[in-house]
Structure formats: C-alpha cells, structure tokens
Design a protein. Sequence first.
Length: 121
Amino acid sequence: MRTILVANRCLWAALIPLFLVVDSTYVIGALFAVMFAMGPTGSTAVTTHQMGVTPPQLQGRASSTRGFFTGLAAPIGLGLAGFSLGHFGLVVSVLSLTAWVILMAVIATVSRAIRSPSAAR
C-alpha cells in the first residue's frame, strides 16, 4: 500500500507543475487522463487495507464513512481550487497544490501506519 500511495503522490507532484508550461489542450487532456487513472489504484490499495484491518461487524460503517469523506473531497476541492484561482492566480494555485501533494507524499513515506500497517493495529 505504501508504495502505491507514495508513487501516486510523487507522480502527481511531478505532473501538476506541467500545467504551468503546457498550452495544448491535447497535452492537458493527457495529463488529466494520467492523473485520473492513478486514482482508482490508490483507492483500491486503501480500501483493501481498510477491509483487512476492520472487524467484520464494522465493515459497513467503515465503508460508509470512507465513502462519505471521499465524496466530500470533490466538491470541497473544486471550491478551494476556484477560490485559489480567483484570489491568487494560476501560478500560486498550481504551486500550492504541488506543495500540498509533496507534503502528502512525505507523510505517506514517513507514516508508521502506512510503512508497516500491521504495527498500527
């Protein structure tokens, strides 16, 4: 799981700044395609881990909670992106998102719970 999460975040961190230099809609579409194709991989890794560590009687609640919070991520993220673009501009917004993704990669790399999930139990 750790390898997938760290690789996902590192790849995102490498691709996001390209939006500052790319002006072709086809290349932008390709960047989005690669980035969005990585999402299900990370989601599957997290879901598989969650199912392995959650007691059977709590599977439904854990799944519902995960679904609720991941469902909130899209509208909140879009709202924050619009706010950032409107108030700070493209360059600051893209670089801030890049920094945020790098921070997530670092946290995933050093997290004891992600590094050895069995130790987190």
